[in-house]
Design a protein around this ligand. Structure first.
Ligand SMILES: [Mn+2]
Length: 387
């Protein structure tokens, strides 16, 4: 039996999206959050005396493989070294091996997987296990990557690490006892037996990656696999719909938002939230549209600024069933947006889809068309009203 920690996509020091107006201690807390999550991982592995730790790709953020990120990773690895806990790291599409970066030497409890698929034997206290995996050399997934992975050893526990997308049926033909996947930021078990698991990022850095994040603590034998998901988010990203049917006056709206922020504070502690007001009446809708969202935001943020833990209102918008002040030409644009099929959108956006960065984002974040269209519509209407 072995007990190990499966994490991926730390994205240490990743820049945060849409938070340019944060300042002071709030900004500090946000900038610290990827490091806090990594420290929780390290402390957990030490406290629970786990057999080893797997980091499946994107430990660093592609665009920001900063010295600080490397120093913090190094520090955690050394702490694990002090407790003789082996760590196996593979590089993914964001921190691919052949990038230009100032490298730290890593402590000797750490194995970085080479860019050629490799199987190692990991000698542990009670038994030895086999481990197969590789690092990305470049930003793209190598073609037929899974084909380079050998059949699992039938005699020993055999774990594979893989960054990117796999088809469960194809991966199952390899018979690994556990397939530790990386590259998605949302945790999901894609197959129960044999177990194939994305653990997700331990700290999201964008309101498009909502909910509590963490890692898996896995206990594995040849016959069984039990998993425990451990939360690590120092700051949670949340999208929250708020029933605003009772709102008549500006102070109603402020009290409602403040109550929402307090509830989030109690439930999640530090939170970054995007609020959507729903069920506004005609009267409420008129009130909402009388002031620009940026002005509402400024006042609402002021109300929360002295409170701890931090609850930061990243954005606020409203779904109104009441008729919106939309001109005919604006309505035509919206109607056109909604009339296009997914294929037509892809045609128009072909150039963007071909960019490596966008392709990676699309892979990391399960963007759905419905939400995107709704957000585009809101943004468009807001801009129209501002003009
Ligand atoms: Mn990632």
């Amino acid at each position: 039996m072995v007990r190990f920690l499966h994490s991926s996509d730390l994205h240490l020091d990743r820049p945060f999206k849409g938070l340019s107006e944060l300042s002071g201690s709030a900004l500090q807390a946000v900038r610290q959050s990827t490091f806090s999550a990594w420290q929780k991982i390290v402390q957990y592995a030490i406290d629970e005396q786990l057999d080893f730790v797997l980091l499946v790709g994107d430990s660093y953020d592609g665009s920001m493989r900063s010295l600080r990120a490397q120093k913090e990773l190094q520090k955690g690895l050394q702490q694990l070294q002090a407790y003789n806990i082996p760590v196996i790291i593979s590089y993914g599409a964001s921190d691919y091996a052949e990038g230009e970066w100032a490298r730290f030497t890593l402590p000797d409890n750490v194995t970085v997987l080479p860019t050629k698929t490799t199987t190692l034997t990991l000698p542990l206290a009670n038994e030895s296990i086999k481990l197969t995996g590789c690092s990305y050399a470049h930003g793209e997934m190598p073609t037929a990557l899974l084909d380079t992975y050998p059949q699992a050893d039938k005699e020993m526990l055999h774990i594979a690490m893989l960054y990117g997308e796999v088809k469960p049926a194809e991966a199952a033909t390899k018979h690994y006892d556990y397939l530790a996947l990386g590259g998605r930021h949302q945790q999901v078990v894609i197959q129960e037996s044999p177990r194939m698991v994305y653990c997700g990022t331990p700290q999201s850095t964008s309101v498009t990656e909502v909910g509590n994040k963490g890692f898996y603590d896995v206990t594995l034998t040849k016959e069984s696999c039990s998993m425990h998901f451990v939360h690590t988010s120092a700051i949670l990203y949340v999208k929250q719909e708020v029933d605003a049917s009772e709102v008549r006056y500006a102070n109603d709206l402020m009290v409602l938002c403040h109550k929402t922020c307090n509830a989030l504070r109690d439930k999640y502690r530090a939170t970054i939230v995007q609020i959507t007001l729903t069920n506004l009446t005609a009267e409420g809708s008129k009130l909402w549209h009388s002031t620009k969202p940026a002005e509402w935001l400024a006042v609402l943020r002021d109300m929360e600024s002295e409170q701890l833990p931090l609850v930061w209102l990243a954005a606020i918008d409203a779904v109104t069933s009441a008729p919106r002040p939309v001109t005919n030409s604006a309505q035509q644009v919206i109607d056109t947006m909604h009339s296009w099929s997914a294929d037509e959108w892809q045609d128009v956006l072909a150039d963007i889809y071909q960019s490596g960065t966008v392709a990676r984002l699309m892979q990391e974040q399960a963007l759905d068309m419905h939400t995107l269209l709704h957000e585009a519509e809101q943004l468009f209407l807001r801009k129209m009203q501002e003009n």
